[in-house]
Design a binder for this molecule. Structure first.
Ligand SMILES: NC(=O)c1ccc[n+]([C@@H]2O[C@H](COP(=O)([O-])OP(=O)(O)OC[C@H]3O[C@@H](n4cnc5c(N)ncnc54)[C@H](O)[C@@H]3O)[C@@H](O)[C@H]2O)c1
Length: 373
């Protein structure tokens, strides 16, 4: 499989990131299949045509369905608002396309399960856009934990906080549309839940408090008419993991001042790990029991020894960026299609993440601990 035909639906933040990554993937992962940019679709014709010209797609359209019926397309990337994911994914799966869908996979757990089952029944491969765990240093963190280097894991503290919704006059947008599912618990919460699962394993039980901080927002930019908000702005979870560790997870899009506080601490009996996405080329490692005079966290700096950093740069400390994480995700995804082995996270893992989101919502509504799934 030397070449895969790509169709991307959506040309916003993620549509551009996907297009960039598909273009960069062959240059950074030369052993993998090349991505041929066949078509890009957007509800706005002008946006689709601009993306076509910018990235070199063969064609642009305002009808995403034309990508589904296009025999030159092997892989569909869905980068549209959440309420559209299910319809688009099911159509692509039915047509036998491999599907990359942005997170959160679907508005509800039931929808996510329907999508997963359809893909597995059809035998197509799937991927969901949890790009942050593609960081080489996150793979190192998982390796350090998995090899027992910091001992038995007893605690996890995770947060994904940003502030793009903190202003009460930020107008209505698709992220507040309840037909797209919950608010920040799914939008950002799913990233930190996925990261916790990647590092520590399944969450089995939780109690959550989820709230709407801004109760109404302008119906559109500059309007004095306001609409009641039905989705959540902040979520806090206390969790128990399958391996016995306990932890907290937090998500907020009203965290004034925070731009990308996707942080965690993993506490083990023999050491700890600490990480923040705002400095994601660094991982902090503490080993207990050393010389008390020099004891402290060690800063591990990303470099070519942390695969696949070298594919981007041969020099340590020169740093990867957000689009590089997306390129790693897409490079692994294309190689996975070629080999028939999913690099994950696939729809099945996205369903597991969604089960945690679902349990958190149920817990907050009932004011009680809930079993996940
Ligand atoms: N992985 C990440 O780190 C990450 C970051 C941001 C967003 N996301 C996810 O990506 C998805 C899109 O988010 P975004 O920030 O790119 O949104 P966006 O608003 O920037 O872009 C959405 C695009 O979809 C297009 N669109 C809407 N309806 C359409 C239709 N019927 N047919 C074709 N195109 C249509 C819009 O015109 C727009 O270009 C969401 O699911 C979001 O949660 C993931």
């Amino acid at each position: 499989m030397k070449e895969l035909g790509i169709g991307i639906i959506g040309t916003g933040f993620m549509g551009m990131a996907h297009a960039f990554a598909y273009r960069a993937a062959k240059a950074t992962f030369p052993d993998g299949p090349a991505a041929r940019l066949v078509a890009v679709a957007d509800a706005s014709t002008a946006a689709a045509e601009a993306a076509r010209d910018q990235f070199g797609f063969a064609r642009a359209t305002d009808k995403w369905q034309s990508l589904i019926t296009d025999p030159a397309i092997d892989v569909i990337s869905i980068t549209t608002p959440n309420h559209l994911h299910k319809e688009m994914a099911l159509a692509a799966i039915a047509a036998g396309k491999h599907v990359h869908c942005e997170k959160p996979l679907a508005p509800t757990l039931a929808d996510a399960i329907t999508m997963m089952e359809a893909a597995e029944a059809k035998g197509v491969m799937t991927q969901v856009g949890y790009n942050y765990i593609k960081n080489p240093l996150l793979k190192l963190a998982r390796e350090i934990i998995g090899q027992g280097e910091i001992g038995r894991i007893t605690g996890f503290r995770g947060i994904h906080a940003e502030d793009y919704m903190h202003d009460p006059n930020t107008p209505w947008g698709w992220r507040l549309d309840p037909t797209g599912g919950p608010g920040v618990i799914a939008d950002l919460g799913s990233h930190i839940i996925g990261m916790a699962r990647f590092l520590i394993g399944p969450i089995v039980e939780l109690v959550a408090d989820i709230e709407t901080v801004v109760s109404s927002r302008p119906v559109k930019a500059g309007s004095t008419e306001r609409r009641a908000v039905e989705t959540d702005d902040a979520a806090r979870i206390i969790a128990r993991f399958d391996n016995g560790a306990t932890g907290t997870l937090e998500a907020s899009w009203v965290a004034t001042g925070r731009k990308m506080q996707l942080d965690f601490e993993v506490i083990g009996e023999k050491g700890s790990l600490a990480f923040t996405q705002e400095r994601f080329n660094e991982l902090q490692l503490y080993r207990a029991g050393g010389d008390s005079r020099t004891a402290g966290y060690t800063r591990i700096e990303a470099g070519p020894q942390h695969a696949p950093y070298r594919n981007f740069c041969v020099a340590p400390g020169h740093q990867l960026g957000f689009n590089d994480l997306k390129t790693i995700e897409i490079g692994e995804w294309l190689a996975g299609i070629a080999s028939g082995t999913s690099p994950g996270p696939d729809f099945r893992e996205a369903v597991e993440i969604q089960k945690v989101v679902d349990a958190a919502i149920r817990s907050s509504q009932d004011r009680r601990w809930k079993t996940v799934g």
